[in-house]
Design a protein around this ligand. Structure first.
Ligand SMILES: [Zn+2]
Length: 81
């Protein structure tokens, strides 16, 4: 990891106002919520994952395009000798 990137992460202070955004008359949640703990528990945003501080639930972010599925081999038919 780049040293400059590490400093960037330290600079960001997380306050409760960072979890919400106001768009027009609606309140929009910027972070994902924990499916185990309920809608009021947010997942922490790490560089490679989302994680819940209460129960430890983690969701890993996938980098790049997902791998193409390999074609399944058809089973060989047995030949009678
Ligand atoms: Zn949780």
């Amino acid at each position: 990891m780049n040293i400059n990137k590490i400093n960037l992460y330290i600079k960001i202070k997380m306050t409760s106002s960072n979890y919400y955004k106001i768009e027009g008359n609606k309140l929009v949640r910027t972070h994902r919520t924990c499916p185990k703990c309920g809608p009021s528990f947010f997942l922490a945003n790490h560089y490679d994952r989302w994680s819940c501080g209460k129960c430890g639930y983690t969701v890993f972010k996938r980098k790049g395009a997902p791998k193409a599925k390999t074609a399944r081999r058809t089973p060989r038919k047995r030949q009678k000798a």
